[in-house]
Design a protein around this ligand. Structure first.
Ligand code: UDP
Length: 241
């Protein structure tokens, strides 16, 4: 198919400005059997995250006597995408699971839970670009809901270059037809961005554009962070009343 115009009269295809996020919805504690859970929508992405643990690790030889073992499984439901996805892990989901686990590990206070395991399962129910970042946002909230002690929170968002412009939180058409896509995850601590926990890019951008993209991702991540915090507060303040 021929590439459509992605920016018309200074607006994106869905009417957003360059620095605007898609609408976000976050609900905490949606699954009864998980220790912590979160349902998150970011535009048309629909994600469920479930956290189990800290709990005993099986098989036992996987235990670490000095700290908790973190496992993260990103999974895309066959019906989540336009062209049915074959069920089960593939190269892409194995890679996303690995980098996402590595993004989360530094914030989890693993030394507090020797020999135990913390399992994070993230299911993409509907995908529209930016699922790895949306999943990390949901996983972070689910970890908090599970009461896992953390040094901060991981908040993620992608930026892209489309029709020569650097834009925040690309949707499917922008991801597909754009010049570049760059998911970024930040470690946020004491209400401030402390470091980058994940940074990937495909396509091509100048060094200046990458710098601009990171600044834009920082702004977007702080907005998402406030929503994550608000969602957690909403659940726990309500429970205390
Ligand atoms: N996608 C798809 N089928 C697949 C994998 C991806 O249709 O098997 C779509 C889906 O909408 C996804 C988007 O392509 O969100 C972009 O995928 P990418 O690998 O860039 O990861 P994401 O942006 O979701 O983190």
């Amino acid at each position: 198919m021929e590439k459509p115009k992605l920016i018309v009269d200074g607006k994106r295809l869905d009417g957003r400005g360059f620095e605007e996020l898609r609408p976000i919805k976050i609900e905490v504690g949606v699954l009864k059997r998980a220790d912590g859970s979160c349902y998150l929508e970011m535009g048309k992405n629909k994600i469920i995250a479930a956290v189990y643990g800290p709990r005993e690790v099986h098989p036992r030889h996987l235990q670490d006597p000095s700290k908790a073992v973190i496992r993260y499984r990103y999974n895309m439901a066959p019906f989540s995408v336009e062209e049915r996805k074959k069920p089960g892990p593939d190269r892409r989901s194995v890679e996303i699971s690995k980098v996402s686990r590595e993004a989360l590990e530094p914030v989890i206070m693993k030394e507090l839970f020797p020999r135990s395991g913390i399992d994070v399962f993230v299911e993409v129910l509907q995908a529209d670009a930016g699922t790895r970042t949306a999943c990390l946002n949901a996983a972070s909230v689910a970890l908090i809901d599970a009461g896992v002690m953390m040094k901060g929170i991981v908040t993620a968002v992608a930026v892209a270059k489309v029709d020569g412009q650097i834009v925040l939180d690309p949707m499917k058409e922008e991801d597909f037809y754009g010049e570049a896509d760059m998911p970024v995850a930040f470690l946020i601590r004491n209400d401030q961005i402390e470091s980058i926990a994940l940074l990937q890019m495909d396509g091509r951008m100048t060094v200046e554009e990458v710098k601009k993209g990171i600044e834009l991702a920082k702004k977007g991540a702080m907005e998402i962070y406030r929503m994550q915090r608000e969602a957690v507060m909403k659940k726990y303040v309500k429970e205390e009343e």
